[in-house]
Every structure is written in C-alpha cells, then in structure tokens.
Design a protein. Sequence first.
Length: 155
Amino acid sequence: MRFIIPLLFLLSGCGALPFCGFIDQKKPYTNPPTDPVFVQYIKRFNTEMVVSTNISTTFGPMDDKHAGICHSWSDGHREITINKKYWDNYSDKQREQLIFHELGHCALNRDHNDATITMNDTVCPESIMRSKIFNLFEIAYCYNYDYGHYLQELR
C-alpha cells in the first residue's frame, strides 16, 4: 500500500498538477544567468517558434502550487523561475512543455488557455498555455500524438 501512493503521484504528473504563473514584479531584478539545464529547451523553443529569446531561466523558491513563473517588470525585463521539486520529477516532455509554457508568457506574451479539444478520441488540453502542467497521460495521448498542433497553437 505504501508504494501505491507514490505510484499514483507519478502517474498523475505531480498530484494536483501545479499551476504556472505570470507575475508583474515590483522588486528590482537581478538578471541571473540561465541554468545550463534549461538551455536545450530554450534552444528548441527558439527553433520551433522561429524567435531568438534569451530570457534568464533559473531554479528558485516558490510555493508548492507553482511549477514555474514568468516574472515581468514594467520596463519589459522578464525572468523565469522554475520549481526544482517538480522539475526533478518531470519527464523530458513535461519539462519541455513547462519551459515552452513559461516562454509563451515571457517571450510571446501569451495568456492561459484552459480550453479542451478532442484528439484521437481523447479530451486534450487545447494549448501548451493551459494553466496546469500536462500529466503523463496528456503527454502520451495528446502532446506526443499531435505535437505539431501544440507548436502551431503556441505560435
């Protein structure tokens, strides 16, 4: 029984599925260098979206309900903070979806989109910009099934 709970946690993506956020900052920014673990995902985003963005992306403290946050300042500066606790438990595709989502906020000025569509007889999130991270089922049966749809919708 004690192994069932962690297994259910992993299968659901991370329990109650953390939110992603967009916060208008008032405090001064520090512009830390991007953590190397994120570089491959940022490069992939730049290639897929045909943009060139270099938004600082780092691990940082945040409450447990958020997997990532795009911080925005009134002068246009943007930074992304990722929750390491969630990152360490995500699959490669969940990590990609999280970074693409936060860059969707920070680089493309996209808001959340919680609409759903049907793909392959499955109800799926319409957008990478859904306010919650895709669980492993949605990664397998939605994101991987029609990856092109998600990239096109994000553009």
